[in-house]
Write a protein that binds this ligand. Sequence first.
Ligand code: NAP
Length: 556
Amino acid sequence: MTHVITQSCCNDASCVSVCPVNCIHPTPDDAGYATAEMLYIDPDGCVDCGECVAACPVDAIVADNDLLSADRRYLEISSRFFADPAHKPYSSKPEPVRIPRVEVSDRRLRVAVVGSGPAGCFATEQLLSCQGLDVEVHVFDRLPTPWGLVRFGVAPDHQRTKLIAESFERTAGRGGVEFHLNVEVGQHIMHHELLAHHHAVIYTVGAPGDVKLNIPGEVLPGSYSATEFVAWYNGHPDFAEQSFDLSAERAIVVGNGNVALDVARVLASDLNYLASTDIADHALKALARSSIREVVVLGRRGVAQAAFTTAELMGLVACEGFEVIVDDGGEPRRESEPQGVNAVKASILAELPRRPTRSTEKQVVLRFLGSPVEILGDDKVRGLRIVRNELIDDGQIARATAEIDELECGVVFRSIGYRGLRLPELPFDDVHGTLPNERGRVVESATRTPVRGVYTAGWIKRGPSGVIGTNKKCAQETVEMLLDDYSTGRLAAPTQSVGDLRTLIARRQPQTLDYQGWQAIDRQERSAAQGQLRPRIKFTSVADMFTAASAVAAPG
Ligand code: NAP
């Protein structure tokens, strides 16, 4: 028997360090880790001890005997991964995750972490785990709720992925961490003020902006970004009042990443299925009135270049309530056949029907080799003009042909990536939408000189790539740089005390919440869902969250 990693793999590699036979790869020390879709257990190496099952924070690991039939393909995926010649070196025991030992003990290290999403939580955990270090971490978030994209980005039907929040709760419960929720850096407290109260500041604010298509018609009513739709159905307070016109029969999602699949799945899913998730109430009601029967996911390149992961494709295909159809745009010329795990993705796509086989159901159409050139309509979106592409440079580039097609639709979602936003008082890399940095040390754009005391991790450090656990390795690297600077005297001691910090925050933002405030919100959201299949009913306004936090006393 072997164990198998399945769809909700978060890549945080908790399983790697407990495996006694080093059969889980890529490890954070392996070259392919940063770009891996997920982690894999070598079926030939697994000794069936089950240590990884207990360590997995998102319940993604099961014994092969217990695999659901929809998940049996993960066995093939694992075998193919290890059969790939590029993965042959995955055989030696990796170095254990390095937790640096810091000898500086004259003063307590005080660090501000801005953003309480995965990168912020992993950075906090890493700081607190450092042996010999007297450290306190102040975590800031502009919202009253922590965990960032785990709450507002991960799709509501991916509850197992959200289990990672339990490990963030354990971090938050450790001594030495203080949360300042509902406090916006740049508004309630400025960057230079944070630096005056801390040795160092780590920015882990993610990439909340979206990328534009820059085509005519993009501003028409009915043309939206996936970023705002995702935030809306997940109950983000900034998007709760937004409305989406779902009155037409066809929606088009432009882009071929995992976010595009999330949007398509939510649009096409059966209402009873969504009603068992923590989707925002307003979204559930709007989707109940939706007339959408067909969602076209439009990829500019071919089947072999799709950015969505094999696991997410399998999840989409396994959904009930709609059929997944492939329109590959005619036989694309393949200079090279997909290898390894990508071969499984290609074979799943090859097995999918080319036209509807179940006439009564909704459909998700995965259409390839098409780029939008104009969103059509006068007062609102009526259709999309699409140019057919051909692939050149071994599939690297999609080149437009003269072939144009028009597809009627009532709504277009662009899902072509996220983008980091400029932060006050800090340098910014406009090309990549990131904080310019060297291994997490923020640097001046022109000179690449480190900005003293300023660090970054997560999407604002490396751009919007990877899954939740990818941020763990990313945050570890950043903390290593910070501690190196601390132990070599390159950080300035704070000029203001923690008391000064609390006074300043209370004066600027009287509605600050601490971690107990969030726990009160959490309890009320869960209890509101009691007797229903839903895990929680989310508050979607900051005012309601604040009332909930103030009204309920923390447990004694
Ligand atoms: P992504 O994976 O980078 O995909 C972006 C897609 O947009 C690509 O297919 C890209 O095509 C396409 N694109 C870019 N510019 C375009 C243009 N001008 N016209 C047409 N298409 C264009 O981004 P994402 O889907 O936003 O996801 C962001 C990250 O979050 C990814 O790492 C993703 O895996 C992760 N995520 C993971 C999960 C999960 O694990 N369940 C869920 C959601 C998100 P090209 O490939 O041709 O450039």
